[in-house]
Design a protein around this ligand. Structure first.
Ligand code: ZN
Ligand code: ZN
Ligand code: ZN
Length: 359
């Protein structure tokens, strides 16, 4: 699996005329080496030359964790300067163009640039994104299982007595449920009650969930690094007619977006499908974000489902379809599922009920 990934990335590098790839901790590094490195002031970097095995530079104290990485370990001690070591290796590779991962801290990049004058620097996304965006059946299976675990958590949330809980307490409960479902933990849990639901990325706080609230819940966690991401909403007590109307409009917009997904469609077509329906309901001005984002080793990654995007959807792409309506000071709702593009359409990786749950 890692050999295939390396081969595909190297094909991209050749096409770009690039000699060496340098990645800091993050999804790209994990994708190519299997090592889930953590960010630190001590440099961890994967150096992928045009030929031969990649080198993984790690500080001595991280070496035990990095032992199973698919790379040659280059362990540096507290008394060495890792940037000197990396610069030396890059010089030896005689590359005049280097691609650098988005996650390499600028202090490391600037340090390398000082040591390697006269080299062209480019972003690694050009070489990695086209490979990572097409998921293999193994990756899709992990995403499918992560999605099913997130669905199971929603069924459990519906059995909780959320009235009287703080947003923060419900978020903590959901995080625990994600772990009980076998995920590696929660990557994020947004719980937004009442007027807070009008903020799409609201940070759960001390507000108590009360009767009459619309509560938007958006959460996910990874399985072997591959994420889930679902949004559902509930209402404490029966919703009024306007809340119900807005909710149903968002649900229908999401349905239309999902139905538009197929190979050959443009990312912008999916955005148009959701947005034009909300437009017809007089709600488009409250839909303040793109329709979706790719999902894999990162919660947000290409392809982005953005209005006007000409990115062509291909079998194996995985992304969210998540229109929302946010009426400031009042309330908001969103419905989000992950889909995978199949030969003739798409498969939803979330199948929990999409109705506004009334508790
Ligand atoms: Zn989001
Ligand atoms: Zn989400
Ligand atoms: Zn999302």
């Amino acid at each position: 699996m890692y050999e295939q990934r390396l081969k595909s990335v190297r094909e991209q590098m050749s096409a770009l005329g690039v000699g060496t790839l340098i990645l800091g901790p993050g999804a790209d590094l994990r994708y190519l080496s299997g090592y889930d490195a953590h960010e630190s002031e001590r440099l961890t970097a994967l150096i992928v030359p045009h030929e031969g095995p990649p080198d993984l530079y790690v500080p001595a104290l991280e070496a035990p964790r990095a032992a199973s990485a698919r790379a040659e370990l280059r362990v540096w001690t507290e008394y060495q300067d890792p940037l000197d070591l990396v610069a030396e290796a890059v010089r030896a590779s005689r590359s005049d163009t280097i691609v650098v991962g988005d996650h390499l801290w600028s202090r490391f990049l600037i340090g390398l640039q000082e040591r390697l004058p006269g080299v062209n620097w480019r972003l690694a996304a050009e070489a990695l994104a086209p490979v990572r965006v097409l998921k293999t059946s193994e990756e899709i299976e992990l995403l499918r299982r992560a999605g099913a675990a997130a669905d199971a958590v929603w069924h459990q949330v519906l059995r909780l007595d959320v009235e009287g809980m703080t947003e923060r307490a419900l978020a903590a409960r959901i995080a625990a449920l994600l772990e009980e479902q076998g995920l590696d933990g929660a990557a994020f849990t947004t719980v937004a009650g009442g007027p807070n639901s009008a903020s799409p990325h609201h940070a759960p706080g001390s507000r108590v969930i009360s009767r009459g609230d619309t509560v938007v819940v958006d959460y996910g966690g990874p399985l072997d690094g591959y994420h889930s991401d679902i949004t559902r909403a509930l209402h404490v007590g029966p919703p009024d007619a306007e809340t119900q109307r807005v909710y149903e409009a968002v649900r229908e917009a999401q349905q239309r977006g999902v139905e538009a997904v197929r190979p050959g469609a443009k990312a912008g077509d999916i955005d148009l499908a959701t947005r034009s329906f909300l437009e017809s309901e007089g709600l488009a001005q409250y839909f303040i974000h793109r329709t979706g984002h790719g999902l894999g080793l990162e919660v947000h990654e290409p392809p982005y489902i953005l209005g006007g995007s000409a990115v062509e959807l291909q079998e194996g792409m995985v992304f969210s379809v998540e229109p929302g309506v946010y009426i400031p000071g009042n309330f908001g709702v969103r419905v989000e599922d992950i889909v995978v593009v199949t030969q003739d359409g798409c498969e939803r990786l979330n199948n929990a009920p999409r109705e506004l749950a009334v508790l």
